[in-house]
Design a protein around this ligand. Structure first.
Ligand SMILES: Nc1ncnc2c1ncn2[C@@H]1O[C@H](COP(=O)(O)OP(=O)(O)OP(=O)(O)O)[C@@H](O)[C@H]1O
Ligand SMILES: [Mg+2]
Length: 364
């Protein structure tokens, strides 16, 4: 039974206070407490009670770890970043999207968030020699915008653009996955409300154990179910903080890249309306890196606004039939089911369904 104090766990001050008031002082005191019991005793909702127990379990199982700067640097050197396959974008991000961090892409409708998320879901499956992670993808689709047909199109284009280089290399490690393999390599979770979204996030650690080949987790978008009809802002903040902590812990434990898309919202400052990323200040702190996508004349721009190690900057990119591409030059890098009502399917299943639906449509 752990004697670790509850106050040492990553809970809000209010939660720690309520636990103390009800006599829960150590992690061990909560070992056999159920969600329903805690909810009743602390007079909080079951979701929050579940989040508290989960957090305490996470914090007690992982313990407090330290590492030297030297070992941290060595680990970072050994880990691969995920390439966007566009030189400018990779340069902006210091070589690609880093694992073990939360990277957020924000933008107005149509700015290219979903296109970029789909492109990166293709890139993730490429070998390291092509800027990929040779891994699979979990794609949490909150808006219903993951289009299997479009993903297939991006996979086909990307593969055929890289094929000449792959043929020259001949090494087994540089072999490109087939389009079918790439479709099979994306596990899509369609979530219809914030409860399903939280449930899928809760189920991810177990899913990861069954699917250790997953190297990228996408949430497109984090904001969708937390903006519409969400009146309890305190609950929203707690749920989002919990989500960020869960994602970060998954990312660091398994060296995963986490890609989050976010919407923009209007704020009035000094009488002027300005577009800012949705979900407020607390969420802004939760993300390690934040990039804002926008329209800029005929092209699109990506601006790095927040990074712990990189300077701010902007680049241009375009969305083509082949996916996200540089406007400057050719593409190419410089070198089971959770217990919720939402279901996971691979992109291949969705693509097959889309093809069948299309055929039916053509025959009708
Ligand atoms: N096959 C294609 N060829 C060229 N451009 C395309 C293609 N498919 C999509 N696009 C471009 O991508 C845009 C949609 O981008 P995307 O779906 O990524 O927007 P988003 O930022 O995710 O928006 P939202 O906030 O509404 O989800 C389209 O308006 C179009 O300009
Ligand atoms: Mg989108």
């Amino acid at each position: 039974m752990s004697r670790k104090p509850v106050s040492a766990c990553r809970l809000t001050a209010g939660q720690t206070h309520k636990l103390a008031r009800c006599g829960y002082e150590t992690v061990g005191d909560l070992e056999y407490v159920t969600v329903a019991e805690l909810s009743k005793e602390l007079e909080i909702g079951e979701e929050e009670a579940a989040q508290i127990l989960r957090q305490i379990k996470d914090d007690s199982s992982s313990g407090v770890e330290s590492s030297t700067v030297f070992s941290g640097l060595r680990r970072e050197e050994q880990l691969h970043s995920l390439s966007t396959l566009t030189r400018d974008f990779d340069e902006l991000l210091g070589g690609g999207i880093e694992p073990r961090k939360l990277t957020e892409f924000c933008g107005a409708p149509g700015a290219g968030k979903t296109q970029l998320a789909m492109q990166l879901s293709v890139n993730c499956q490429l070998p390291h020699a092509f800027g990929g992670l040779a891994g699979q993808v979990v794609y949490i689709d909150t808006e219903g915008s993951f289009m299997a047909d479009r993903f297939k199109e991006i996979a086909e284009h990307t593969r055929s653009e890289l094929q000449p280089r792959a043929s020259r290399r001949r090494k087994k490690q540089a072999a490109l996955p087939s389009v079918e393999e790439m479709l099979e390599g994306v596990h899509v979770f369609r979530v219809h409300n914030y409860i399903e979204q939280i449930a899928v996030l809760n189920a991810l650690p177990a899913f990861q154990i069954d699917h250790p080949q997953v190297k990228l987790v996408v949430i497109d978008s984090i904001a969708f179910h937390f903006r519409a009809d969400f009146h309890d802002m305190g609950l929203r903040t707690r749920l989002l903080n919990g989500a960020a902590q869960q994602l970060l812990s998954l990312a660091t434990q398994h060296n995963i890249v986490v890609l989050i898309t976010n919407q923009m919202t209007t704020t009035i400052k000094d009488g002027t309306a300005t577009l800012i990323p949705a979900l407020g200040e607390t969420w802004a702190h939760a993300c390690t890196t934040r990039v804002v996508l926008a329209f800029d004349g005929d092209t699109r721009s990506a601006s790095l606004f927040k990074s712990p190690s990189l300077p701010e900057g902007s680049i241009h990119y375009s969305v083509t039939a082949g996916g996200v591409r540089s406007v400057r030059g050719a593409a190419g890098p410089s070198s089971q089911t959770p217990s919720s009502s939402s279901t996971s399917s691979t992109a291949a299943t969705a693509a097959a369904a889309a093809t069948t639906a299309k055929r039916r449509h053509e025959h009708s």
